[in-house]
Design a binder for this molecule. Structure first.
Ligand code: SF4
Length: 320
């Protein structure tokens, strides 16, 4: 039996943005032709306020137990691509999403991005994070040869701009519950073993261009809390085929699926709300997700959740 109490108690996602058009080869979104969806900011604000009110009704205090776990505003998307026009004509960015998280959920926004790609609105968000670090629990900037921009002459200067905007966060602690010992900002380098030397040289070039001395850049590359080199896992892609990245780590189990249990950092089943309000569930260990309800009758987050019976059987099953 599934209830709203269960969903809110294990809510891992309130998506401001869904899908991605950046086309990184290592990403499960590779080959996804679905258009990027963004929640209208007023809808997102109402939804997050509703989640916060429901948490209070259930006695889930911010920062305590499951309520302290991160709530993501994205899953397989780049949160810096969140840009929507407000009714008054101004534009909301990822920084405005972060302001909602801070005010309503009592946590900074967790941001994992492949960079601003020199987008003015994405840069505006990064500047806001640098100026007001409490907006974010942690920012991770991914550098990888699987990025579609890898061979572009803009790749290094664009990333360097982002690093310079965020560099102040290196000196601050992460406030993300899942990484209490980390820094507020970290670079994740995703690489296959054969590209390690190349990509390390590129990261040093990015850091130097961002303003670090060469010696400091080299030291940063040896400091796992500042720059972490990680393998590329074969998480498949949107067509169901294996990752096209040669040398990606195979996670196939005997049954042919993909399974990476990490109970120390995340819960196995997490619920989410899509930009249009549809509810979904994610198996965080198997990297799969599906909508709740049926195609004809999808289950939506209620606009009037304050009137909802949180313990009523919703008549759907998470593993349907
Ligand atoms: S890795 Fe991130 S930026 Fe790249 S395609 Fe996937 S979701 Fe988009």
């Amino acid at each position: 039996m599934l209830t709203f109490a269960e969903i809110v108690s294990n809510l891992g996602f309130v998506l401001a943005i869904d899908h991605c058009a950046r086309g990184c080869a290592h990403c499960p979104a590779f080959g996804d032709r679905a258009p990027v969806q963004r929640a209208p900011y007023p809808d997102l604000a109402a939804r997050v306020a509703g989640v916060a009110a429901t948490r209070r009704r259930l006695g889930l205090r911010p920062g305590v137990g499951a309520a302290g776990r991160v709530v993501h505003c994205w899953r397989i998307s780049d949160p810096l691509d969140y840009v929507t026009r407000l009714p008054g004509g101004d534009v909301a960015t990822c920084a405005d999403v972060a302001a909602l998280w801070r005010a309503q959920l009592g946590q900074g926004l967790y941001v994992v991005t492949n960079g601003s790609e020199a987008s003015p609105m994405a840069r505006r968000a990064l500047t806001a994070f640098g100026d007001a670090p409490d907006l974010v629990s942690q920012v991770k900037l991914t550098i990888t040869h699987a990025d579609r921009s890898w061979d572009s002459p803009r790749y290094i200067p664009d990333l360097a701009w982002d690093v310079a905007a965020l560099s102040r966060l290196w000196g601050l602690p992460s406030t993300r519950a899942e990484d209490p010992g980390g820094r507020r900002f970290r670079i994740n380098v995703k690489t296959t073993p054969d590209r390690l030397v190349d990509i390390r040289a590129l990261v040093v070039a990015v850091l130097v261009r961002a303003g670090l001395s060469r010696a400091t850049a080299e030291t940063a590359c040896d400091d796992h809390s500042m720059v972490r080199f990680k393998p590329i896992y074969d998480l498949g892609n949107a067509t169901g085929a294996p990752s096209p990245v040669a040398g990606a780590v195979d996670l196939s189990t005997v049954g042919g699926g993909r399974y990476k249990p990490t109970p120390e950092t995340r819960r196995g089943l997490q619920y989410g709300i899509r930009p249009d309000g549809r509810l979904f569930v994610v198996d965080m260990y198997a990297f799969t997700e599906h909508d709740l309800g049926t195609a004809e009758h999808p289950l939506f987050w209620p606009a009037d959740v304050e009137d909802a019976d949180l313990h009523a059987d919703l008549g759907v099953y998470a593993d349907a």
